[in-house]
Design a protein around this ligand. Structure first.
Ligand SMILES: *Cc1c(COP(=O)(O)O)cnc(C)c1O
Length: 424
C-alpha cells in the first residue's frame, strides 16, 4: 500500500510487529551481536545485510532515513551527521581527484565553501553557473570529466527557484546525474524526483527537525540513474571494489548501489554518521512536517506582503509574491508554497539593515534558518562573511540582504515586531 505524505510523516519508516515499541526505539548501541564468526564475516563481505557497527549503520537511523526516502519517493536513503556531510558524500561517492561538477552558483554559503575550497583541495573542480541562463549557455560549463550537476530547489539565502526539469534534461544530455539539495522546499512542497532529479540531499537541521535541536543530513537516491550505461565515468560503482573483495555495487545491489557504496565506503572510512539520539529527535520533527511547512508558507506570505507595502523596504524577494522573478517557476514546482524564508533589503543599505536587526524583539538574530521560531540573519556579516563582494553577488547575496526565516508563531505578532524595529 502506498501512502500520502501526511501518513508517511506520522507512520513511515517504522511498522512495529507484535509486542514491539509503538515509537521507533533509540538503538543506543555501538555494536550488534552475532552467533557465529561466519555470520559476522559475511556482513563484512557485504554478503548479508545487517548491523555490526554504528559508525556505518544503525537501525534507528535507517528507520528515519526510510521515512525521508518514502517522502521523497526514492528507493534508498541514509542519514548523515550534517547537511554538509550529506552534500560532501553525495558528490564524493561518484567523484574523485580529476573530476568536475557543474554547480548552480546561488547555493548555501557552507556548500559553496565546501565545493569551491575544500573539495578543490581534493582535486575536484566545480564550475559555478547562473541557473537562469538558457541551456545553450549552461552547456558550455560541461567538460569531458564532468560527473554531476548540483543545485538547490530554493537557494539559501537568495531564494532562487530552480527550473529542475531544465537542469535534469541538461544533466542527462551529458550523461550525468542531477543532485538536488531540497532542504528549503522539503518533500512536502516539492519532490525533485518527479521532475527528473536523480539524487536528493537535505540538511535535516532545518524544517525536517523543525525545532533547532539537531544538526543532521540525509541523502536519498531515486534509483533512476543508469550508472552502468556510463560505466567508464562511474567506475567506482560499476567495477570491482577491492576493499570488499571485488564486489561490483551495481551488479550486487542494483538500484541500491549508490547508497550502499556511500554507506560501505564513505561511512566506513569517514564516519559522518548521525547519532541515533539525534535521529530519534529528527523523527519527532518529521511527524509534524506536513503541518508545519504549510503554516511557515502561510505566515511568510503575509509577512512578505507586509514588507512589500512598507516605505522603508527597498526590495523583497519571496517567490509567493507576484512581483518575484521566480513567481512562474514557483507556481510550477512549488504550487502549495515555497518555504518560510524571505529575503529583503532596507533603504539605507547595509548599515540600516544591521540597525533594524538589532531592534527586533520577537525575531532573534541566530545562525539558523527554517525552524519554528522566527529568526533573522545578515548573510554578508555572518554566514557568508568569508566571501568577497564579488562572490556574494555571484551567489545572489546582495550586501544589504536580510534573511528572514518566518516561524510558526502568530503572523500578526511577527509583523508587529518588524514594524516596531523599522520605526525604532
Ligand atoms: C544549512 C544548509 C546546509 C548545511 O547543512 P548543515 O546541517 O548545517 O550542515 C546545506 N544546504 C542548505 C540548503 C542549507 O540550508
Amino acid at each position: 500500500m502506498s501512502f500520502k505524505p501526511e501518513t508517511i510523516c506520522i507512520q513511515g519508516g517504522w511498522q512495529p510487529k507484535k509486542g514491539e515499541p509503538r515509537v521507533v526505539p533509540i538503538y543506543q548501541s555501538t555494536t550488534f551481536k552475532y552467533e557465529t564468526s561466519d555470520q559476522m564475516g559475511r556482513l563484512f563481505d557485504l554478503e548479508d545485510s545487517g548491523y555490526f557497527y554504528t559508525r556505518l549503520q544503525n537501525p534507528t537511523n535507517d528507520c528515519v532515513a526510510q521515512k525521508i526516502c518514502d517522502l521523497e519517493g526514492g528507493v534508498a536513503a541514509m542519514l548523515t551527521s550534517s547537511g554538509q556531510a550529506a552534500n560532501f558524500y553525495a558528490i564524493f561517492n561518484i567523484c574523485e581527484a580529476g573530476d568536475h561538477v557543474v554547480c548552480s552558483a546561488p547555493i548555501y554559503g557552507g556548500t559553496f565553501n565546501l565545493f569551491g575550497t575544500t573539495m578543490k583541495k581534493l582535486g575536484i573542480e566545480f564550475t559555478f553557473v547562473d541557473p537562469d541562463l538558457p541551456v545553450e549557455e549552461l552547456n558550455k560549463a560541461f567538460q569531458d570529466n564532468t560527473k554531476a550537476v548540483f543545485a538547490e530547489t530554493i537557494s539559501n539565502p537568495s531564494l532562487v527557484v530552480l527550473d529542475i526539469e531544465k537542469f535534469a534534461n541538461m544533466a542527462h544530455e551529458h550523461g550525468v546525474p542531477l543532485i538536488i539539495d531540497n532542504t528549503f522546499a522539503t518533500p512536502i512542497n516539492c519532490r525533485p524526483f518527479e521532475w527528473g532529479a536523480d539524487i536528493v540531499t537535505h540538511s535535516t537541521t532545518k524544517y525536517m527537525d523543525g525545532h533547532a535541536t539537531c544538526v543532521g543530513g540525509c541523502i536519498v537516491d531515486s534509483g533512476n540513474f543508469d550508472w552502468e550505461k556510463y560505466g567508464d565515468k562511474f567506475h567506482g560503482l560499476t567495477t570491482p571494489d577491492e576493499s570488499y573483495h571485488g564486489i561490483v555495487y551495481t551488479q550486487r545491489f542494483g538500484k541500491a548501489a549508490y547508497i550502499t557504496k556511500a554507506t560501505a565506503q564513505l561511512m566506513r572510512d569517514l564516519g559522518s554518521i548521525q547519532a541515533p539520539q539525534n535521529a530519534f529527535l529528527l523523527n519527532l520533527g518529521l511527524e509534524t512536517l506536513h503541518l508545519r511547512v504549510p503554516r511557515h508558507c502561510e505566515n511568510a506570505q503575509k509577512v512578505a506582503e507586509f514588507l512589500e507595502s512598507c516605505d522603508k523596504v527597498a526590495w523583497v524577494n519571496y517567490s509567493g509574491l507576484k512581483s518575484s522573478k521566480y513567481y512562474e517557476l514557483a507556481q510550477k514546482y512549488l504550487p502549495n508554497g515555497s518555504c518560510g524564508v524571505i529575503s529583503f533589503g532596507l533603504k539605507g543599505g547595509r548599515e540600516e539593515s544591521i540597525r533594524f536587526m538589532d531592534h527586533l524583539k520577537l525575531a532573534a538574530i541566530v545562525t539558523h534558518v527554517a525552524d519554528a521560531r522566527t529568526c533573522v540573519l545578515h548573510p554578508a556579516s555572518h554566514t557568508h562573511r568569508q566571501m568577497t563582494e564579488e562572490q556574494l553577488i555571484e551567489a545572489g547575496v546582495q550586501p544589504d540582504l536580510i534573511r528572514l526565516s518566518v516561524g510558526i508563531e502568530n503572523a500578526e505578532d511577527i509583523i508587529q515586531d518588524l514594524k516596531q524595529a523599522m520605526e525604532a
